[in-house]
Design a protein around this ligand. Structure first.
Ligand SMILES: NC(=O)c1ccc[n+]([C@@H]2O[C@H](COP(=O)([O-])OP(=O)(O)OC[C@H]3O[C@@H](n4cnc5c(N)ncnc54)[C@H](O)[C@@H]3O)[C@@H](O)[C@H]2O)c1
Length: 443
C-alpha cells in the first residue's frame, strides 16, 4: 500500500518504519527540515532500540523515504497518517494546531479518494473537527475522503517491539471501507483488532492512559502509607498483583509518571471532562499525587542529610524512563530543580540523555558513569531505573562517596544487600524491616 505519515517523531517514525518493513511504500513527512536531513543521512533524531537498523534497511530497499513536502507525499498516498504532536495548552486541553496544519496540507493534496488516519492522541470529537478542517481548506470540489481514528499505544523505549506486537489495534471508523483498509494494513501483525465508532476510539486512548496513570498514583499513595506505617510497598504490590483482576503491571511505587504522554493525557481528560460538564475528581487526585511524589523524594533526602545546602548529590538517570533519551516531564527535571533551589550541588549520569539534559541544566556536572557521579557525594539518588544501575557494586559506591546514603527512587535494590555493603538505604514505601523473619512474629 502507498502510505504517508505526517509527523516524523516517536510515533510517526516508528509507524513509518514498521509499515515499510511490512512491505508498504511509506513516505515520512516532517516540517522540521533538520530532522528530515538527518534521516536522509541515516541518522536517527531519537534513540529507540532497533529503529536505526529498521530505517536503514527499508530505505535501502526503497520502501521508506523522507520529505518535508507534505502535499507531494499526500498526493502519492492512499492512506495518510497524522502523527503530529498534541502538546498541552495552559488550560490542559491539547493544542490541536499541528493537526490543523496537517489537515490544511492534506486538503490541498486531495487528488484521489483517501483514508485519513489520526494517530495523534486527540480528545473525543476531533475526528469530526478533522473532517471539517479538511472540507474547509480543500479548494472547491475534491475526491471523497474518510477520517479514521487509530490511536497509538506504543511505549518509548520499546516502540518498535510494541508496534509489531500491540496488545490491540483500535480502529475507529464511520465507514466500513475505511475500516477495511486499516484491517488490511494491520493484518500481517496478527494481533487483536477492535473496530469502533470514531468517538469511542478517541476515548479508548485517554481512558487507557489515565487508568495506567491512576494505577501508578494509587501504588505511590500506598507507598506513603507504607512509609508511615512501617510496611514494604513492594511486598504489598506483589500481594495485590497476583490477583488477576488487578495484575502486577504498573504497580511499582517510585517517583511517579512522566514522559510525553501520561501528564498531558491526564490533563486533557480532565479538561475534556470539564468541557463536557463532568468534574473528574478522581483524575485530579491522580495528578496531585503524581506532582507531589518527586518532592516527597527530595524531602526524604533533606531529612536524612539534615538539609540540602552544599550537599553533593549524584543523580543516576535523567530520562523519563529507561531506554529513551526523552526528557519530557522527566522526574529528574523536577528533582534537580528542587535540589538546586535548596543549594545542593548536583552531578548526574545517564547512559543516553545527558546531551539533552545539558541544554536544560548547564550548571550541573555530567559524569562518565555511576561511580564517577557518586565520587565525593553525600548521597546517590537513582531516578531512572536503567538496567546498568541494577547491579551497581555497592561496596565500590560506598568507597568513593563522602557519605554512604542511597536514595532508591525506583525501588530497584534489595535494601538488605545495600545495608550489608555499609550503605544507608532509602526507598519509596520501604520503611519496613525488610526481612519478615527479622523480628519474632507473634503466634
Ligand atoms: N511518544 C509516545 O510515546 C506516544 C505514544 C502514543 C501516542 N503518542 C501521541 O502521538 C502524537 C505524536 O507524538 P510524538 O511523541 O511522536 O511527537 P513528537 O513531538 O516526537 O513528533 C511530532 C513530529 O511532528 C512534526 N510536525 C508537527 N506539525 C507538523 C506538520 N504540520 N507537518 C509535518 N510535521 C509536523 C514535528 O516536527 C515533530 O517531528 C501525540 O499526539 C502523542 O500524544 C505518543
Amino acid at each position: 500500500m502507498q502510505l504517508s505519515v505526517i509527523g516524523t517523531g516517536y510515533v510517526g517514525l516508528v509507524t513509518g518504519a514498521v509499515f515499510a518493513d511490512l512491505g508498504n511504500e511509506v513516505i515520512c513527512v516532517d516540517k522540521d527540515e533538520n530532522k528530515i536531513a538527518l534521516l536522509r543521512q541515516g541518522i536517527m533524531p531519537i534513540y529507540e532500540p532497533g529503529l536505526e537498523e529498521m530505517v536503514r534497511h527499508n530505505v535501502s530497499e526503497g520502501r521508506l523515504s523522507f520529505t518535508t513536502d507534505t502535499e507531494e507525499a499526500v498526493c502519492r498516498s492512499e492512506v495518510v497518517f497524522i502523527a503530529v504532536g498534541t502538546p498541552s495548552l495552559p488550560s490542559g486541553q491539547p493544542d490541536l494546531s499541528q493537526v490543523e496544519e496537517a489537515c490544511r496540507h492534506i486538503a490541498r493534496a486531495l487528488n484521489a479518494p483517501k483514508v485519513i488516519v489520526n494517530k495523534s492522541t486527540v480528545p473525543v470529537g476531533t475526528g469530526d473537527i478533522v473532517r471539517r478542517w479538511i472540507e474547509q481548506y480543500a479548494p472547491g470540489e475534491h475526491p471523497a475522503f474518510e477520517v479514521v481514528s487509530n490511536p497509538e499505544f506504543l511505549r518509548e523505549g520499546s516502540a518498535i517491539y510494541d508496534t509489531l506486537h500491540p496488545d490491540r489495534i483500535v480502529i475507529g471508523a464511520s465507514n466500513q471501507n475505511a475500516a477495511m483498509k486499516l484491517l488490511e494494513l494491520y493484518a500481517p501483525l496478527e494481533r487483536p483488532m477492535i473496530i469502533t465508532d470514531v468517538n469511542s476510539a478517541e476515548i479508548i486512548k485517554y481512558a487507557s492512559n489515565c487508568f495506567l496513570a491512576m494505577k501508578i498514583s494509587y501504588i505511590n499513595a500506598m507507598a506513603r502509607i507504607c512509609d508511615l506505617s512501617g510496611a514494604d510497598v513492594t511486598l504489598v504490590a506483589k500481594g495485590m498483583g497476583y490477583d488477576k483482576r488487578i495484575g502486577d503491571q504498573f504497580l511499582q511505587a517510585g517517583l511517579g509518571w512522566g514522559g510525553s504522554c501520561f501528564p498531558k493525557d491526564v490533563s486533557a481528560m480532565i479538561a475534556t471532562a470539564e468541557s463536557l460538564g463532568y468534574d473528574f475528581q478522581l483524575l485530579k487526585a491522580v495528578q496531585q499525587i503524581n506532582d507531589e511524589q518527586p518532592l516527597y523524594f527530595v524531602g526524604k533526602m533533606r531529612t536524612a542529610l539534615g538539609g540540602l545546602k552544599d550537599r553533593h548529590i549524584a543523580i543516576l538517570g535523567l530520562s523519563f524512563k529507561p531506554n529513551t533519551d526523552d526528557l519530557r516531564e522527566a522526574k529528574s527535571l523536577q528533582i534537580i530543580a528542587a535540589l538546586l533551589a535548596e543549594g545542593a550541588v548536583v552531578c548526574a549520569y545517564d547512559p543516553i540523555a545527558m546531551p539533552k539534559a545539558r541544554a536544560i541544566f548547564p550548571q550541573i556536572s555530567y559524569c562518565e558513569n555511576a561511580y564517577d557521579a557518586a565520587t565525593g557525594c553525600d548521597a546517590v539518588a537513582v531516578v531512572t531505573e536503567w538496567n546498568e544501575f541494577r547491579q551497581l557494586n555497592m561496596e565500590r559506591l560506598r568507597r568513593v562517596m563522602r557519605q554512604p546514603l542511597l536514595f532508591d527512587g525506583r525501588n530497584i535494590y534489595d535494601p538488605e544487600k545495600v545495608k550489608q555493603a555499609g550503605m544507608q538505604y532509602y526507598g519509596i514505601g520501604r520503611s519496613a524491616n525488610s526481612s519478615p523473619f527479622a523480628r519474632p512474629s507473634s503466634p
